[in-house]
Design a protein around this ligand. Structure first.
Ligand SMILES: C[S@@+](CC[C@H](N)C(=O)[O-])C[C@H]1O[C@@H](n2cnc3c(N)ncnc32)[C@H](O)[C@@H]1O
Length: 344
C-alpha cells in the first residue's frame, strides 16, 4: 500500500541506512556537491554511492509529495497532474509497440510506479532494474498490492553492469533514470546488449538544452542546484545523449524535447512552481512545503524522524527551485524523449 502519511515519511527517511547514521549520510552526500566543495570527477567516480545515498534519503519524501511514479510529465490543458503522469507512461508502451506477454525491462525503476502502469496497460511482464535496495523492498510490496507480482519482478543491480544475458528483452525503457549513469555510452551499450535485435528502447532523459550556456554563472548555479537536489553528478546535454545512442549502435527512430509549448501547453514544472496553488498537489505548493518543513522539524526534534531529515527536506526544496528556474529559462528538460531500435 502506498506510504504517503506523515509517519511513513518520518520512518522512511534514510531507507536502508541505520537511523543513527542518517545525519552522517546527509553530510557525505552534500560533500559530493559543488556547494560543499565537491568535484565532478569524484561524483562521477562514486556515481553508485551518490545515487544510493540520495534515494535512501529522499524516497519517502518522494512518495509523500509526489506519489509512486518519480518523474515529470508534459501536460495538456484540462488534464490533471495524475492523468498526465499515467498518459506519459502509456506513451512509452505505445511507442514501444508493446504486445501482451512480452518481456520488458524498466531501467532505473524507482519503486515501480511506471512499471505497474506499463504492465497493466500492455499485459507485459516487466522487470524493474534498480540499484537501490530500499526502493526494491517498497516496489515489491506495492507490486503485491497491485496484483502484478506474478508477472513483474525487480532485480537489484547497476545499469552499467546488467546481470542479464545478451538479447534477452523484447523492449527496454528508462524514465528519468539514465541521467545517473557516469557516462551515457556505457549505459546505452548495456541496454543495446540485453535488447533483442530489431527491438526498441525508449526513454525520457534529463538534459541541459541548447539554451544552456556553460559560461553563464546563473545557468551553472541552476544546474548545480538540480545536481545537488537530485543525486546527479553532471547533467548531459541532449546532443551528447543522441551521439551516445548512435555510438552504442542504435538507429534513431525519433527524438524530441517534449518540454515545449506545443507538446506541453501546461508547463511540466507547474506543480513545483511556488506561485501556483493546487489543492490536489497541496504538498508541493509553497504553503504545503512550509507545512512539511515544520512538520519534519518537529518530528526530528521529538525523535520520530532521524537526525538529518530536515536537511534532506532542504536540499529537496533547493532541487525544486532549480528545476523551476531551469524549466522557465528553458535551459533544462526532464523529458528529452527518444525511440531507438537495435538493428536486425
Ligand atoms: C528519478 S528515479 C526514476 C524512477 C522511475 N523510473 C520512475 O519514474 O518512477 C531514478 C532511478 O534510477 C535508479 N538508479 C540510479 N542509478 C542507478 C544505477 N547505477 N543502476 C540502476 N538504477 C539506478 C535510482 O535508484 C532510481 O530508482
Amino acid at each position: 500500500m502506498s506510504k504517503s502519511g506523515t509517519f511513513d515519511l518520518a520512518s522512511g527517511v534514510g531507507g536502508k541506512i541505520d537511523k543513527r547514521e542518517v545525519l552522517s549520510a546527509v553530510d557525505k552526500y552534500e560533500k559530493y556537491h559543488v556547494r560543499y566543495g565537491g568535484e565532478e570527477a569524484d561524483r562521477t567516480h562514486n556515481y553508485a554511492d551518490l545515487a544510493n545515498k540520495y534515494y535512501d534519503l529522499a524516497t519517502s519524501f518522494y512518495e509523500y509529495g509526489w506519489g509512486e511514479s518519480f518523474h515529470f510529465a508534459n501536460r495538456w490543458k484540462g488534464e490533471s497532474h495524475r492523468e498526465s503522469m499515467k498518459r506519459y507512461e502509456h506513451f512509452l508502451a505505445l511507442n514501444l509497440g508493446l504486445k501482451r506477454g512480452q518481456k520488458v525491462l524498466d531501467v532505473g525503476c524507482g519503486i515501480g510506479g511506471p512499471l505497474r502502469e506499463v504492465a497493466r496497460f500492455s499485459g507485459t511482464c516487466v522487470t524493474g532494474l534498480n540499484n537501490n535496495e530500499y526502493q526494491i523492498t517498497r516496489g515489491e510490496t506495492l507490486n503485491r498490492f497491485a496484483g502484478v507480482d506474478s508477472t513483474c519482478n525487480f532485480v537489484k543491480a547497476d545499469f552499467m553492469k546488467m546481470p542479464f544475458a545478451d538479447n534477452t528483452y523484447d523492449a527496454v525503457y528508462a524514465v528519468e533514470a539514465t541521467c545517473h549513469a557516469p557516462e551515457a555510452l556505457g549505459c546505452y551499450k548495456e541496454i543495446y546488449r540485453v535488447l533483442k535485435p530489431g527491438q526498441h528502447f525508449a526513454a525520457y532523459e534529463w538534459c541541459m538544452t541548447d539554451c544552456f550556456d556553460a559560461s553563464n554563472q546563473e545557468h551553472q548555479k541552476i544546474k548545480a542546484s538540480i545536481e545537488l537536489g537530485d543525486g546527479l553528478s553532471d547533467i548531459r546535454n541532449t546532443k551528447q545523449c543522441l551521439e551516445a545512442l548512435k555510438l552504442a549502435g542504435f538507429e534513431v527512430i525519433w527524438d524530441k524535447d517534449l518540454a515545449n509549448a506545443e507538446d506541453s501547453p501546461v508547463p511540466w514544472y507547474l506543480p513545483l512552481d511556488k506561485s501556483h496553488f493546487s489543492l490536489t498537489s497541496f504538498r508541493l505548493t509553497s504553503t504545503g512545503r512550509f507545512c512539511t518543513r515544520n512538520m519534519v522539524r518537529v518530528l526530528e526534534y521529538v525523535g520520530l524522524a532521524p537526525e538529518g531529515s530536515l536537511r534532506v527536506q532542504m536540499f529537496l526544496e533547493e532541487a525544486a527551485e532549480g528545476l523551476v528556474a531551469g524549466g522557465k529559462k528553458e535551459i533544462f528538460t526532464p523529458m528529452y524523449f527518444f525511440l531507438v531500435r537495435k538493428p536486425l
